[in-house]
Ligand binder design. Structure first.
Ligand code: UDP
Length: 323
């Protein structure tokens, strides 16, 4: 198939592009390279540099590529930043996404895979978080993704645009060639690995007084290649659907740090800090629906395997993509 990938120069997008190419698909990447990196785009893919906020950029690119399906990763995705600058999140994630959908409608592209998030749920009433729980986001990032989910329902009903929205939990890990390199790194695992590389002195633990066994937040870490597999399975569906995507396992911040120490053989000094605003204590995915309906099965269940793959990439790319 011909797949048009927005945000294909970013962390998750770049690895999905690689996996799509490995599976024999033809890929066009559309990215403005503000968060993404040119070197993260697999050389077998076509790269169009453009901005989703500019209607003509995305329309021309869609017209040129005329894909069978679109995978949409281009978005801002930091909870903390969204609490300081909501406008950026609504503009990029909602308005930018809308321009993309309108370009698809204009060119007649009917298949869409959306990178959504567990942040659309907010703090859950129960665990695991399956698709039946109410969505009550507590930050503009989660709200922007939920707004876009709602827009998708209407584009299906009115324009017949079939979508699959995948609500990820915590993406982690790397392949041999592509990994996680954010210009400003806020995520736990890459920050711990930077300490192991000697690039940071310590890692901060945001909150040690949560109601969890060791007092730190629990997250469901999913390997990036498993996530990419779910996107490819989504290409084969006929009906629109929403799926939560995680392994169903929970790992605390302290357990992540201990596993990184084991994997890297380095001592990781920690500094205990106050809670980070907007962080729920536990987020664990109920992924039965995606397993049942798409036949998705995560290959990487163990957190040490996920961290090993991330560490191997960081050791080979100590300065990330170097830009
Ligand atoms: N976290 C932390 N120190 C860091 C970065 C993150 O303690 O330097 C915590 C954060 O508060 C959250 C968990 O680690 O409980 C995962 O955070 P991350 O930013 O990696 O992903 P998020 O869950 O926000 O998408």
């Amino acid at each position: 198939m011909k797949i048009f990938v927005t945000g294909g120069a970013g962390y998750i997008g770049s690895i999905c592009v690689e996996q799509l190419l490995e599976a024999g698909h033809q890929v066009t990447v559309f990215d403005n390279l503000t968060e993404g990196h040119r070197k993260a785009v697999d050389s077998r893919a076509e790269l169009i540099i453009g901005d989703l906020q500019k209607e003509c950029d995305i329309h021309d690119a869609m017209e040129h590529a005329r894909p069978d399906a679109v995978m949409h990763f281009a978005a801002n995705a930091l909870v903390g930043e969204s609490m300081e600058n909501p406008s950026k999140y609504f503009r990029n994630n909602v308005y930018g996404g809308l321009n993309l959908l309108d370009a698809m409608v204009a060119v007649g592209v009917k298949k869409f895979v959306f990178s959504s998030t567990c942040a659309t749920f907010g703090p859950p009433d129960r665990l695991p978080i399956d698709e039946t729980l109410p969505q009550r986001p507590i930050n503009p990032y989660g709200e922007s993704k939920l707004m876009f989910e709602k827009i998708l329902r209407w584009y299906d009903e009115i324009h017949g645009l079939k979508f699959v929205a995948l609500r990820y939990f915590n993406a982690a890990g790397a392949t041999e060639r592509f990994g996680e390199d954010h210009r400003i790194e806020t995520h736990l695992i890459p920050n711990v690995l930077k300490v192991a590389l000697g690039q940071r002195e310590n890692v901060q633990i945001f909150g040690t007084d949560y109601e969890t066994p060791d007092g730190t937040c629990i997250r469901d870490y999913i390997h990036i290649v498993d996530l990419a597999q779910a996107h490819m399975l989504a290409l084969g569906t006929k009906e629109s659907a929403f799926y939560n995507l995680g392994t169903g396992g929970g790992t605390s911040v302290r357990e992540i740090i201990a596993t990184c120490e084991k994997v890297t053989g380095k001592k990781i000094p920690v500094v205990e800090k106050a809670r980070r605003p907007g962080d729920p204590a536990r987020l664990i995915a109920g992924s039965d629906k995606v397993q049942r309906e798409l036949g998705w099965k995560p290959k990487y269940q163990a957190i040490d395997k996920i961290i090993e793959s991330a560490w191997a990439w960081h050791v080979r790319h100590p300065n990330g993509y170097g830009d």
